[in-house]
Design a protein around this ligand. Structure first.
Ligand code: SAM
Length: 221
């Protein structure tokens, strides 16, 4: 990776501030989330061919047919997740590692799992080179969660699911929050599910989004 790409210049910082202003205008209110987005250089997570687009509010390809989510989506999901310092968080769909790093900056202890092996290996190497060693990275089918390290205070799914996977509900602590886009292969409704005592849960529905599909045993086959 060329050194130039890892420089965070005043130009990058200015573009990042403008992006944060755009997100605020689009309705993101959580100052901690906006601060994390303002802090983390999104261009570090980009392929060099696309790096000039890093501060556009758009999703971009990261290889293996996958994408780094649109900043608005990252901000919206992070806001719904309402991370408290020390929360144990499971993210399904590591992708570039950007969202996982945002969750870490919000104070979470982050476990993240990726289904595409090449992407997992590449992101693992990249995060190590960036000096980000605090994320717990796993390769595998996250549609079934990561039971070994659960239960979790928060679970975030960054791919579109056909239904809410039972395993994810099971791995959520009482009082815990699951944020997951659910729908068909092209459009999904964002859901925020809060687990109550005696294993019941409440569901709030938000806007439509367009995610790549959640594959696997409890996702799209
Ligand atoms: N959070 C990522 C980021 O910050 O770059 C973007 C996620 S991308 C929109 C969705 C990711 O979910 C892809 O990397 C895809 O390979 C992954 N994915 C799809 N199904 C999965 C599964 N069953 N388990 C884990 N990851 C999965």
């Amino acid at each position: 990776m060329p050194l130039l790409k890892l420089e965070d210049t005043y130009l990058h910082k200015g573009k990042r501030r403008a992006l944060v202003a755009e997100l605020r205008q689009k309705g993101i209110k959580d100052e901690k989330v906006l601060h994390a987005i303002n802090t983390l250089p999104r261009h570090f997570f980009f392929d060099s061919a696309l790096v000039s687009h890093a501060y556009e509010d758009k999703a971009f390809p990261i290889g293996e047919g996958q994408t780094i989510s649109q900043p608005y989506t990252v901000a919206f999901q992070s806001e719904l997740l309402d991370v408290k310092p020390g929360n144990k968080i499971l993210e399904i769909g590591t992708g570039s590692g950007y969202q996982a790093t945002i969750l870490h900056l919000l104070g979470g202890e982050v476990y993240t799992i990726e289904y595409q092996q090449k992407l997992f290996e590449g992101t693992k190497k990249f995060l190590a080179r960036m000096g980000i060693h605090d994320l717990h990275l796993f390769y595998g089918d996250g549609s079934q969660g990561l039971p070994k390290y659960g239960p979790y205070d928060r679970i975030l799914v960054t791919a579109g699911a056909p239904v809410v996977p039972e395993s994810l509900i099971k791995q959520l602590k009482t009082g815990g929050i699951l944020v997951i886009p659910v729908g068909d292969r092209t459009t999904q409704k964002m859901l925020k599910i809060t687990k109550k005592a005696n294993c019941s849960y409440s569901t709030e529905e938000f806007d439509n989004f367009a995610f790549v599909p959640l594959l696997g045993k409890e996702g799209w086959r």
